[in-house]
Ligand binder design. Structure first.
Ligand SMILES: NC(=O)c1ccc[n+]([C@@H]2O[C@H](COP(=O)([O-])OP(=O)(O)OC[C@H]3O[C@@H](n4cnc5c(N)ncnc54)[C@H](OP(=O)(O)O)[C@@H]3O)[C@@H](O)[C@H]2O)c1
Length: 337
C-alpha cells in the first residue's frame, strides 16, 4: 500500500474527532495542519503529533508533502476551500454537507474531474461497516421486504448566535447539519426517494430548528425522518419489513443491529419467532467510525479510482437535491440561492 500524506484544514470540533480516528488508519501519515491562526495549528499539531503546522490554509495547500486534505470548516466555506485545494492538486475529503446546494457541488465535481483529483464528501455513514453490511443484507432480502423506515437525529444546540450552528450565513439549520444523516440512511437502505415532503420550525433569522420529513421510496416503502436542534432525540433508526423489524439504537454511531423476526420465512425459523437476534457484522468498527471514510479515500487512491463507489458523486448530488427541495418547501434560503 502507498502512504497517503494528509493535511487537516480548519482544526475545529469535528477535526479533533476525525484526526483521532485518522491516527488509527494504516498507511495514513498526518503530514500537516492549517488554521487561520498559527497558534491553533501548532497546538493541534502538538496534540496529534502532526509534522507541520501552518497559519493559513493557503500555506498548507502549497505544501508538496501533502497528498490529500480533509476540510472541516463550516459548510458555507466549503466551495472556496475545496476549489483552492483541487486547484493546488490535492485530493479532497470535505465535511458534510459538501456544499449548501446541489448546483455548487456539481461545479466542484466537474472541477475535480478536470484536475483528475478525487473529491469525496465526508459522509462517513456511507463507509461505516455496520451500515454497509445492513444495506447489503437488506438488499439481498435477508430480512424480508422493507416497508417502513424511521430515523431521527438531534441534540440541543445551546450556543451563541455567532456559532456556525446558528449562523445562517455559515449554512446553519437542522436539515443540513443533522437531517442529512436520516436522509442518507434512508437512501442507503431503500434507494432514491420518489417524493419527500417536509415540515419545519424556522426562526425569524431563517434557521430551521426542527424538521420532519415524510418520504416515499422505491418498492412502496415509506419513511419518516426527523432532525432537531432543540431536543435530545433518540438517534434511533428502525426498519419494519414484512417479516419483522430491525433496530439500530444509535444509527449515527452504530455498533450493532437487532433483528426481531415476527413472521415465518425470515432467516429464523418458527422457533425463533419474536426472539431478537443481533445481526453480526464481520468487519470491526475502527475508532469512533470516522476512520472508514479515510480508509475508503486511501483505497480509491491506491486503486487509481477518482470516485468512490461507496460515495459516488451522484449519491452526494441526490441528497443535496433532496435538501434543496426540502428547503424550498419549508422556506429556508441561503445567500446565493
Ligand atoms: N461528520 C460529522 O459527524 C460531523 C460532525 C460535526 C460537524 N461536521 C461538519 O464539519 C464542519 C465543521 O463543523 P464543526 O462543528 O467542527 O465546526 P466549528 O468547530 O465551528 O469550526 C471548524 C473550524 O472552521 C474554521 N473556520 C474557518 N473560517 C471560519 C469562520 N468564518 N467561522 C468559524 N470557523 C471558521 C475554524 O478553524 P481555524 O480558524 O482554526 O482555521 C474552526 O475551528 C461542518 O460542515 C459540519 O457539518 C461533521
Amino acid at each position: 500500500m502507498t502512504v497517503t500524506r494528509w493535511g487537516i484544514i480548519a482544526p475545529g470540533r469535528i477535526a479533533h474527532t476525525f484526526t483521532q480516528d485518522l491516527r488509527l488508519v494504516p498507511d495514513a501519515e498526518l503530514a500537516a495542519v492549517g488554521s487561520r491562526s498559527l497558534d491553533r495549528a501548532e497546538a493541534f499539531a502538538r496534540e496529534y503529533d502532526i509534522a507541520r503546522a501552518y497559519g493559513s490554509y493557503a500555506d498548507l495547500l502549497a505544501d508538496p508533502g501533502v497528498d490529500a486534505v480533509y476540510i472541516a470548516s463550516p459548510h458555507a466555506l466549503h466551495v472556496g476551500q475545496v476549489t483552492a485545494a483541487l486547484e493546488a492538486g490535492k485530493h479532497v475529503l470535505c465535511e458534510k454537507p459538501l456544499t449548501l446546494r446541489a448546483s455548487d457541488a456539481e461545479a466542484l465535481f466537474a472541477l475535480a474531474v478536470r484536475h483528475e483529483r478525487l473529491l469525496m464528501e465526508a459522509m462517513w455513514t456511507a463507509c461505516h461497516p455496520v451500515i454497509r453490511d445492513l444495506a447489503r443484507r437488506l438488499r439481498a432480502g435477508e430480512f424480508g421486504t422493507p416497508r417502513q423506515l424511521h430515523a431521527e437525529l438531534g441534540f440541543v444546540v445551546d450556543t451563541q448566535p455567532t456559532d456556525r450552528l446558528l449562523d445562517v450565513d455559515m449554512g446553519a439549520g437542522a436539515l443540513l447539519d443533522m437531517g442529512i444523516y436520516p436522509l442518507t440512511f434512508a437512501h442507503l437502505m431503500l434507494g432514491e426517494a420518489e417524493r419527500l415532503t417536509g415540515s419545519a420550525v424556522v426562526t425569524d433569522a431563517g434557521v430551521d430548528l426542527d424538521i420532519a420529513v415524510a418520504g416515499r421510496y422505491p418498492g412502496d416503502a415509506v419513511a419518516t425522518l426527523t432532525a432537531s436542534m432543540t431536543s435530545w432525540s433518540s438517534r434511533r433508526a428502525e426498519i419494519a419489513t414484512d417479516r419483522g423489524r430491525l433496530v439500530l439504537e444509535d444509527f449515527h454511531h452504530p455498533t450493532e443491529v437487532t433483528y426481531t423476526p415476527t413472521a415465518v420465512g425470515g432467516t429464523n425459523d418458527d422457533v425463533d419467532r419474536g426472539r431478537s437476534v443481533v445481526v453480526e457484522c464481520a468487519e470491526p468498527v475502527i475508532g469512533r467510525g470516522y476512520a472508514h471514510e479515510a480508509i475508503e479515500l486511501q483505497r480509491c487512491l491506491a486503486e487509481g479510482l477518482l470516485e468512490s463507489p461507496l460515495l459516488p458523486h451522484a449519491q452526494t448530488l441526490t441528497i443535496l437535491r433532496q435538501m434543496d427541495e426540502l428547503r424550498a418547501q419549508v422556506g429556508v434560503r441561503y445567500a446565493g440561492d
